[in-house]
Design a protein around this ligand. Structure first.
Ligand code: F6R
Length: 604
């Protein structure tokens, strides 16, 4: 859940490291640090809090000429977010940065302590650098010492290590946590835990596999091994532009990403929605042969998108579908049927729980499909097939465009299966295709709407809680609306099936209970209306989102795209995203980096 960078070359090492960390700050940001090795001297700086604090701390530090460095931005797992616990961690003559969790660190720490090593931090990472130095004392060869160190590590890690005893090299190892190494064709070498850190710097990259390790030096380039044997470098061109990863005039990345949804949804459907059918070049004609049911597994927002689309899989594709929260699924000893298609959904492709669930399904012999936004991510590399969501880099921690594109991909997938199983008539498929084409319009953020929500938001900054309610497809959307609000406003919010309120939560209703009612015209309008009336009768404060004016609502957001349930779904999604955004801004919160959260959850 942290970000890692590394660099060897002649350019400004500090600038390159800090710049790379800026791109990764969304992954973890409770402390950051760098270590620079030049002329046999290591200079290290660490700062608690956001990266800006490290920038301040290093402002008088300048480096010129050849050298190397490693850097890290941290989201605490073992040990509090303090300067001592921030990376890089040091031994006597070496420094290390690490992403992941060393599961056997207690055992290693005990052995090292018994042999006289004094530990400074509470982290699992520190064992790596001490173990390396102990091995070096014995073996007197830096690479052998590093290899022996990696051999002892259990758990997930991406590690970079520099040492004064071999000041020409950066040592690296990867297992379970992402790591990329790249070069610019001029002899400079870059590391990053995501390609965002390398865009604009490296032009070819290698996505390391689990079990890979080695070193880089400007003389030898990238020396890669696996299982103690040399491994060929599988280089890929690094594309993508940095500008699109910047805020582009919006106050926050999240705001920009909400506005971008129309555009990215066009990318999502491009080449997949043909005149008369849905087509995925990633799937073979016989992909669904023998598949009798679908099991979806994901976390957080991705789970919500899966839950929404489970309605479509059953309704349109007529295929039995269940949805599981990955962290629960892993330990429930699930009964897995090889006739199920196992679908994992993940924006980042690195979520540890989802990744482990995927591995379980694979080893049980299930066919697996990833719905993912990050190509070459761990999940993509493991799944049998992938449908990329094409949302582009999402920087706001609260997911918006990733959710929208996941839903779109699965909606198309449900139709694709329906075509295959002939569970829908040709006319119905055509009218769904028509509806899909309309969605990029339905999510355009009109000025009128944004202004209205800005004004409304001031009435929703207090109270004792929010209930987002909806039925059918709009229940998962209610879950997602509530998740967005609580993530960035820190106000208590729940998503609930509208028809379920009377079975308990209605007891909470009073004027300080805010109900955000999703009231689409095309799906069970009258049913939801009577559920909302029950709440209104108990004096709950109601914000109705609907194309139909609702007399009993205290506030009302008018929606316009009401020709199809999915148009209503996508338009209401935008309304809930904007509401969360504006409430959070009014409360003075950091919308893009909400407290206690990180963008990519690579720990259990
Ligand atoms: C919420 C959010 C999280 C993620 C969850 C899974 O805005 O972003 O709930 O959806 O951590 O992450 P991915 O989709 O990367 O597997």
């Amino acid at each position: 859940m942290c970000g890692i960078v590394g660099y060897i070359g002649n350019e400004d090492i500090k600038e390159i490291l800090v710049d790379g960390l800026k791109e990764l700050e969304y992954r973890g940001y409770d402390s950051a640090g760098i270590a620079v090795l030049q002329d046999n001297e290591i200079h290290s700086f660490k700062a608690v809090g956001k990266l800006q604090n490290l920038v301040e701390k290093t402002k008088d530090f300048t480096v010129e000429n050849f050298g190397m460095g490693i850097g890290h931005t941290r989201w605490a797992t073992h040990g509090k977010p303090t300067e001592i616990n921030a990376h890089p961690h040091l031994g006597e003559f070496s420094y290390v940065v690490h992403n992941g969790i060393i599961e056997n660190y207690q055992e290693l720490k005990k052995e090292l302590s018994q042999s006289g090593v004094a530990f400074l931090s509470q982290t699992d990472t520190e064992v790596i650098v001490h173990l390396f130095e102990k091995n070096y004392e014995k073996l007197k060869d830096s690479f052998k010492a590093f290899e022996a160190t990696v051999e002892k590590l259990e758990g997930a890690y991406a590690v970079l290590l520099i040492t004064k005893v071999d000041p020409q090299k950066i040592f690296f190892a990867k297992n379970g946590s992402p790591m990329i190494v790249g070069n610019d064709g001029k002899g400079d070498i870059f590391f990053g835990s995501s390609d965002a850190a390398l865009i604009g710097k490296a032009n070819e990259v290698i996505y390391l596999d689990d079990g890979d390790y080695g070193y880089t030096s400007s003389k030898e380039g990238i020396v890669l091994l696996s299982d103690k044997k040399p491994k060929a470098l599988n280089k890929k061109a690094l594309t993508g532009d940095k500008i699109s990863a910047q805020k582009g005039g919006f106050r926050f990345f999240m705001e920009k990403e909400i506005y971008e949804q129309s555009e990215v949804l066009v990318d999502t459907i491009m080449g997949r929605v043909l005149d008369e059918k849905i087509y995925f070049e990633e799937l073979d004609e016989n992909f669904f042969d023998g598949i009798e049911e679908i099991k979806i597994c994901a976390c957080g927002t991705s789970y919500n998108s899966g839950l929404a689309c489970s309605y479509l899989f059953e309704r349109q594709a007529k295929i039995k579908t269940s949805v599981e929260i990955a962290s629960e699924f892993r330990y429930k000893e699930p009964l897995l049927d090889p006739k199920s298609l196992f679908v994992v959904i993940s924006q980042s492709g690195e979520t540890a729980d989802t990744l482990e669930a995927l591995k379980m399904a694979r080893s049980a012999g299930l066919k697996t499909l990833a719905i993912c936004n990050v190509d070459n991510s761990s999940i993509v590399r493991i799944a049998d097939h992938t449908l990329l969501t094409r949302a582009g880099i999402e920087k706001g921690v609260a997911s918006t465009k990733a959710f929208a594109t996941q839903v779109m991909v699965m909606w198309m997938l449900s139709l694709y299966i329906a075509q295959h199983k002939k569970s829908m008539s040709k006319e119905n498929i055509l009218s769904e295709i028509e509806a899909i084409r309309h969605i990029p319009n339905a999510v355009v953020v009109e000025n009128r709407l944004h202004e209205k929500i800005k004004r409304l938001s001031k009435r929703y900054l207090h109270g004792h809680g929010f209930f987002f309610i909806g039925r059918d497809l709009f229940y998962p959307l209610a879950l997602e609306g509530a998740l967005k609000l609580k993530e960035i406003s820190y106000l208590h919010a729940e998503g609930y099936p509208a028809g379920e309120m009377k079975h308990g939560p209605i007891a909470l209703a009073d004027s300080e209970l805010f109900t955000i009612a999703l009231m689409p015209k095309t799906l069970h309008y009258d049913k939801v209306k009577s559920n909302v009336e029950e709440l209104s009768a108990r004096d709950a404060t109601i914000l109705a989102i609907s194309p139909e004016r609702f007399e009993l609502a205290d506030d009302y957001v008018h929606t316009y795209h009401s020709d199809h349930p999915m148009s209503e779904f996508f338009e209401m999604m935008v309304v809930t995203q904007l509401l969360a955004l504006e409430v959070s801004i009014r409360l003075g919160n950091d919308v893009d980096m909400p407290r206690n959260l990180a963008k990519s959850v690579t720990v259990e």
